[in-house]
Write a protein that binds this ligand. Structure first.
Ligand code: IMP
Ligand code: MG
Length: 177
């Protein structure tokens, strides 16, 4: 298996991720049974998780893609932008799929923008959450579906990158610092 020098250790193995994503798929299947939800993938970090997750959801969903940006290297710039090109979500049951919640600035900004577009419902599914990274203002921010809560490590793999690299690792690994 590809194990780059910059990676210190595996935090979540391929198997562990697979099992958890299947569980999340079952929860989403239950939540959206009889509905036609729109799953929105936040590019690019959520792409790998998204592809696996939607194949574990058993209802006639649709997919689309949006993009946000805030990170330079391993530091959030704090200045989050959401790409203009958001699909029409009015009246839809929307599930935003993201790789990780860190300070939660990205998702809370996205939440405000998407709420303004009048979806019928709006929920967030994230693979990873680092709750210790929130400052006071966003301390209560919580995704509706979370794969794993993790400590404050910078992680790569399974879609997550450092400067564009290592998204292709099949596991989530801790970056050496
Ligand atoms: P937030 O706005 O601080 O919650 O940051 C969320 C975004 O930062 C995520 O969408 C990721 O792209 C990126 N990010 C946060 N922590 C990590 C990490 O440990 N590894 C890779 N990317 C991360
Ligand atoms: Mg991201």
């Amino acid at each position: 298996m590809f194990f780059p020098n910059e990676v210190e250790r595996v935090l979540k193995s391929e198997d562990e991720i697979k099992r958890r994503v299947a569980e999340m798929g079952r929860m989403l299947t239950e939540e959206y049974s009889g509905k036609n939800p729109l799953f929105l993938c936040v590019l690019r970090g959520a792409s790998v998780f998204f592809a696996d997750l939607i194949r574990n959801v058993e209802c006639p969903l649709e997919i689309d893609f949006i993009r946000t940006s805030s990170y330079v290297g391993t530091n959030s710039s704090g200045d989050v932008s959401v790409e203009e090109n958001i699909p029409d979500i009015q009246g839809r049951d929307v599930v935003v799929v993201e790789d990780i919640v860190d300070t939660a600035r990205t998702l809370s900004k996205l939440k405000t923008v998407l709420q303004g577009m009048k979806p019928s419902s709006l929920k967030f599914a994230v693979l990873l959450d680092k709750p210790s990274r929130r400052d006071e203002e966003l301390a209560d921010f919580k995704a509706d579906f979370t794969g794993f809560e993790i400590e404050d490590y910078f992680v790569v793999g399974y879609g997550l990158d450092v400067d564009g690299k290592y998204r292709n690792l099949p596991y989530v690994g801790v970056l050496k610092n």
